[in-house]
Design a protein around this ligand. Structure first.
Ligand code: G3P
Length: 217
């Protein structure tokens, strides 16, 4: 399963990219606003840092303007993935850009029916928001399971990109279901490798090692 970073913070991306664990990046208008920088400059910088797909989201809601925005974002770098909302105009833009060889990530997906539409529109990625479904008392992971079953059934190539991830358990659940990608805030990438028993065990090993007076080097 690929791991994308869900952030527009260039410093965080630079640091975590050095771990070799980052397969791509996703941004959205809220994350760009949080970063407080220009979307075009930020996207270009992220694309230069990260080899994998970098999602940059359109902000218009009508077909013509959304398409122009998508084409402008796609021209920034070869690894730009244009992110469009799951609306009828978003799907039309997805179809147009996909037919012309641009990767498209269809976002704000909350149902299997929507995921089916995105796949038929040629999306490279579908982004179901598991955390926001959990927030309203639904089960986000059930949706991931349904989409994977549905895509397998019809051999769609659209990759299931699990978004709105709230913690390490979402990542493990997504992996157990066979999702293609999870996009996670930087904080969760750190949580994925941390465990108090690892820290405790290492401290005990080092204390015992100290007593031996040995040195490997
Ligand atoms: O990038 C889209 C998604 O991951 C947003 O997550 O935490 O705002 O629900 P969140």
């Amino acid at each position: 399963m690929k791991i994308f970073l869900d952030t527009a913070d260039i410093d965080e991306i630079r640091t975590l990219n050095e771990t070799g664990m980052v397969d791509g990046v996703t941004t959205n208008p809220s994350l760009i606003a949080k970063a407080g920088r220009n979307i075009l400059d930020t996207t270009a910088e992220i694309c230069a840092l990260v080899d994998g797909p970098v999602s940059a989201e359109v902000t218009a809601t009508d077909y013509e303007t959304m398409l122009k925005e998508g084409e402008k974002l796609a021209a920034i770098a070869e690894n730009v993935t244009v992110k469009v909302p799951l609306t009828i105009d978003g799907l039309r833009v997805c179809k147009h850009l996909s037919d012309n060889g641009t990767m498209v990530n269809v976002t704000l997906c909350f149902s299997a029916a929507q995921a089916l539409m995105a796949a038929k529109a040629g999306a490279s990625f579908i982004s179901p928001f598991v955390g926001r479904l959990d927030d309203i008392g639904a089960d986000g992971m059930n949706l991931i399971s349904d989409i994977i079953t549905l895509y397998d059934q019809y051999h769609f190539n659209t990759e299931v990109l699990v978004a709105s991830v709230r913690g390490p358990q979402h990542v493990v659940d997504a992996a157990l279901l066979g999702a293609d990608v999870v996009t996670i805030p930087p904080k969760i990438l750190t949580q994925l490798y941390q465990h108090p028993l690892t820290d405790k065990g290492l401290a005990a090993f080092l204390a015992d090692w100290e007593k031996t007076g040995q040195s490997i080097l």
